[in-house]
Write a protein that binds this ligand. Structure first.
Ligand SMILES: [Fe+2]
Ligand SMILES: [Fe+2]
Length: 441
């Protein structure tokens, strides 16, 4: 971030320049009407990195003292005569602007300065701006994206990102995502994990809204970090910590009505919302089957979190069959990729250390059907693992909840219709367990 000290003795001009600069992103403005006051600002704020000054704003003695104390800080200076260099010997002048055209030229100069940040050819990772509140102060520089190749450093490593910054960037400047350089992602992940672990130790459980939003942020972060770094140990640990937190706060026999009402307003985030809901519904069914245990909840919740990993299109993630996927306009190659997404996600999970073996089986089988008409293998009920059958029914139910008619989701109507698909014994038991859920909206 450019932290600018603007020095101008003409209050009207100072106000005008401040107004012009405040319209720019990635700048923070402090002002002073003379060098004495400017010195006070420099003493108080140790991180000013650009001075914009009219050299006439004060007495020579004050100017000399001030110039000495800021000799290493970049300075844009306004002059009546651009050839006049006597007064500016002590500044680290990077640009001189004619005083008469200062207001009009300053904006252009600042924009140029911001773009001079040498960020080309570096890899960046996108993170949700809100997570900065939880991970602040972060020992990593934070950037805003200006274009496909240009990023602007907004916060320096160690800067505090507080609620006021959050409001400024998300509400006023509409910056939903910030960026970290690839080489500082590890620092970010470790801070994020310790924040999740600390949160898990709290006694007060978060609301469904908070958990659902945390799930979305964690999911996006894990996916983005995997794209940039690969599914490294740290990224795996982030996924595990998040899922452990979800399980720790999970009401093991929840009344899901409130949750359903919330989910309806979350359309457009199908991938993360259906994963979150899937975790709850599959664990609730497991409880009704009397399979309740921390280990089972962890397996189902981790499978829910990672089962569609690699799919970024919400409409595609909602497809249950290859025919539905094809109808979204996929070409043959894309259709094959969709068909194989359970394999790919399962292989990803196999890389994780200290994970129960069933998780990759659940993920690999999440689109299979008991009659053998599912994918990717097309296996029948006899070859579908018991926990997979819970997951498959829960996954189907979640989709039906999301695309329910306006009058709402009706569990009995769903179960009646689902009976035809899930006739085999293990699936019949799962449907019987699902019947005990309190799901009517
Ligand atoms: Fe899927
Ligand atoms: Fe899914």
């Amino acid at each position: 971030m450019l932290k600018i000290l603007l020095i101008e003795d003409n209050q009207a001009l100072l106000d005008k320049l401040t107004f012009v600069l405040e319209g720019l992103s990635g700048v923070e403005i402090s002002t002073a009407t003379d060098f004495f006051k400017a010195q006070k600002v420099i003493n108080e704020k140790k991180d000013i990195n650009l001075i914009i000054a009219d050299y006439r704003s004060g007495h020579t003695k004050e100017l000399n003292l001030f110039q000495k104390s800021v000799s290493s800080i970049n300075c844009i200076i306004s002059l009546d005569d651009l050839d006049d260099t006597d007064q500016i010997l002590g500044w680290k002048v990077i640009e001189k602007i004619d005083r008469g055209s200062l207001a009009s030229k300053l904006k252009e100069s600042i924009e140029k300065l911001k773009q001079a940040d040498p960020t080309e050819n570096l890899k960046f990772c996108r993170i949700k701006t809100s997570i900065l509140l939880e991970t602040s102060p972060l020992h990593a520089d934070i950037y805003a994206k200006l274009s496909e190749t240009k990023y602007l450093k907004i916060f320096l490593a160690g800067d505090v990102f507080d609620a006021a910054d959050f409001t400024k960037y998300t509400e006023q400047k509409k910056i939903e995502y910030m960026y970290l350089r690839e080489d500082s992602c590890k620092t970010f992940i470790n801070k994020y994990i310790s924040q999740i672990d600390e949160f898990t130790k709290r006694h007060q459980p978060p609301t469904h809204d908070q958990l659902s939003s945390m799930n979305m942020i964690a999911y996006e972060s894990v996916q983005e970090l995997t794209n940039v770094l690969g599914f490294t140990e740290e990224v795996q640990q982030l996924a595990k910590s998040h899922v452990q937190m979800t399980v720790a706060f999970m009401d093991k026999k929840p009344n899901l009505q409130k949750m359903l009402a919330k989910m309806k307003s979350h359309k457009g985030k199908y991938i993360t919302d259906h994963a979150y809901m899937l975790s709850y519904i599959s664990c609730s069914i497991a409880t009704n089957l009397e399979w309740a245990s921390e280990a089972t909840f962890f397996k189902l919740s981790l499978a829910a979190f990672l089962h569609d990993f690699g799919i970024s299109d919400h409409a595609l993630a909602a497809c249950s069959t290859l025919a539905e996927a094809k109808a979204t306009g996929l070409n043959e190659k894309e259709l094959t990729a969709f068909k194989n997404h359970p394999f790919v996600a399962a292989e990803q999970v196999k890389k994780m250390s200290e994970i129960p073996p069933d998780v990759d089986v659940i993920i690999q089988q999440h689109h299979e059907l008991p009659d053998g008409k599912g994918f990717p293998r097309g296996v029948t009920a006899a070859h579908i693992a018991p926990l997979s059958s819970v997951f498959i029914v829960a996954h189907d139910m979640v989709k039906n909840i999301f695309f329910a008619p306006p009058e709402g989701f009706n569990l009995n109507t769903y179960l009646l219709e689902a009976q035809a698909r899930y006739q085999q014994s293990s699936f019949k038991r799962v449907l019987a367990a699902a019947k005990k859920l309190e799901l009517e909206a």
